[in-house]
Design a protein around this ligand. Structure first.
Ligand code: ZN
Length: 78
């Protein structure tokens, strides 16, 4: 699929990415999320199904005691 960014000649390729979201004031990092990523500009698209699964995961992670599989160091840029 052709990249949707104006002027970008790239194509989207399916790959797994690290997705970072802020959820209830906490930064949550989800690894191995399937996404369509542009090989040229790096633009990333998620399918509606993937978005739904991310939302479910976030809801589950706060509703139950589902533990993250790993913890990551988080650095502040400034
Ligand atoms: Zn692109």
């Amino acid at each position: 699929m052709k990249c949707s960014i104006e002027g970008c000649p790239g194509e989207y390729e399916t790959k797994s990415v690290v997705h970072t979201v802020r959820h209830r004031g906490q930064v949550v990092v989800i690894d191995h999320v399937p996404a369509e990523a542009c090989s040229v500009c790096g633009d990333v698209l998620f399918t509606p199904d993937t978005v739904r699964r991310i939302e479910n995961l976030l809801r589950e992670s706060s509703a139950t005691s589902r533990a993250p599989s790993r913890s990551v160091p988080l650095y502040e840029f400034a």
